[in-house]
Every structure is written in C-alpha cells, then in structure tokens.
Design a protein around this ligand. Structure first.
Ligand SMILES: [Zn+2]
Length: 63
C-alpha cells in the first residue's frame, strides 16, 4: 500500500492517480508534472506545471 499515491493529487484536475517520481509527480489524466514542494507550499491556484514554469522562465530570459 503506497500512501503517496493518496497524499498527492493533481492540483489542476484533482486526479488522484499520479505517478510519483520522488520530488515530482505526474498526473495520469492531464499528463502535467508538478513539483511536490509547490503542492505543499503554494496555493493551488498558484501552482504551475513544470512545462509551464519552463515557458515562464523562457519568457523572462527573452524579454
Ligand atoms: Zn491532472
């Protein structure tokens, strides 16, 4: 019985089936990856998927 499968859920679609990569979880439904740290510390509406974070950083660098 793996507790972490229940502890973390997708902050975007609230799916409870997630793949645990250690520091990162991936939602099987929307296939977005999130940092566990963000889920634990940030408001759900402020959490960005890792792919979205990368886009955000790219925009900052290029501007
Ligand atoms: Zn999801």
């Amino acid at each position: 019985m793996k507790n972490e499968m229940i502890k973390y859920k997708c902050p975007r679609c609230h799916e409870k089936k997630i793949i645990d990569y250690g520091k990162i979880i991936e939602c099987v439904k929307c296939q977005l990856e999130f940092y566990k740290r963000d889920i634990e510390t940030l408001n759900r509406s402020n959490i960005l998927a890792i792919s979205e974070l990368n886009d955000f950083i790219r925009i900052l660098i290029e501007s």
